[in-house]
Design a protein around this ligand. Structure first.
Ligand SMILES: NC(=O)c1ccc[n+]([C@@H]2O[C@H](COP(=O)([O-])OP(=O)(O)OC[C@H]3O[C@@H](n4cnc5c(N)ncnc54)[C@H](OP(=O)(O)O)[C@@H]3O)[C@@H](O)[C@H]2O)c1
Length: 250
């Protein structure tokens, strides 16, 4: 049986790998992101792998662009099986210069981008009485990371959002999976100058993520080693977090 899947942030990294994973199964995949040239090359590769890609050149922080793209996708597919809200950016808060634009941009993409791209699918999923939603959070959501408060708090908000939406959507047969990756080898991490513990390849990550969505797991932490580290990370004294933070303010 062919499935209809919509993935945001599919022009690189985890989203791109997920698009290839589902293409190998010959599914129909809506691939969304801002960089059109990258989307085109992902679409070509999806076709080679046997998938049926449809490109949507959108900025997830633009509510109307998202709504229009999703309407077009649903007009063709008539149904939706899986939505993966994966688009996201990292970045510094830069609060010392008094300018909120950097941090607001992170919230607009990482947080509002999720509601902009997930919620337009809900009426269709409700009508079908089925659907799977995956939201890509981060292990950075468990503490305020020095200089990355916007990023870690945007992901913490996603954890609470998915927790809450899970209750609301369950009676309608809609499952929610919160994905909390550690370090994955993508464009987002390519400039990190420190040694990233348990760094995982994005193809491997996409397989594990897709498998968890399939099994309707509520929460996935990957690589698995972080499951044991996070409880310690959550109670570490602030002084240690500061000392071992890769981007310390000195
Ligand atoms: N890599 C890691 O170690 C790691 C760890 C934890 C969580 N995550 C999360 O995993 C998700 C994917 O990141 P990645 O590691 O695969 O990094 P990536 O290669 O940089 O991918 C990010 C994707 O998001 C898209 N995107 C960014 N802003 C967008 C916007 N305004 N509108 C539409 N698309 C947008 C990018 O496409 P365009 O630039 O073409 O728009 C790109 O396709 C993110 O949510 C990230 O926070 C990653």
């Amino acid at each position: 049986m062919s499935l209809n899947i919509f993935i945001t942030g599919a022009s690189s990294g985890i989203g791109e790998s997920l698009a290839y994973y589902y293409s190998r199964k010959q599914y129909t995949i809506g691939i969304a992101a801002r960089r059109n040239n990258r989307l085109e090359s992902v679409a070509n590769e999806c076709k080679k792998l046997g998938g049926n890609p449809m490109m949507y050149n959108i900025d997830v922080s633009d509510r109307k662009e998202c709504k229009d793209a999703i309407e077009k996708f649903l007009f063709i597919t008539k149904s939706i099986d899986i939505v993966i809200a994966n688009a996201g950016i990292g970045g510094y808060d830069n609060i010392l210069n008094g300018d909120p634009s950097e941090i607001n941009k992170i919230y607009n993409i990482n947080l509002l981008g999720v509601s902009n791209t997930v919620l337009p699918f809900i009426p269709k999923m409700k009508k079908q009485h089925s659907g799977r939603i995956a939201i890509i959070s981060s292990i950075a959501s468990f503490r305020g990371i020095p200089e990355h408060g916007g990023y870690s708090s945007s992901k913490a908000a996603l954890n609470n959002l998915t927790d809450s939406w899970g209750y609301t959507l369950k009676p309608y047969g809609i499952s929610l999976t919160t994905v909390l990756p550690g370090y994955i080898d993508t464009e987002m991490t390519k400039d990190h100058e420190f040694k990233m513990p348990f760094l995982m390849n994005s193809n491997k990550a996409s397989e594990i993520i897709a498998n968890s969505i399939q099994r309707k797991r509520r929460k996935l932490i990957l690589p698995w080693q972080w499951k044991f580290i996070i409880p310690i990370f959550r109670i570490l004294p602030r002084s240690l977090i500061f000392r071992f933070s890769p981007n310390q303010i000195k």
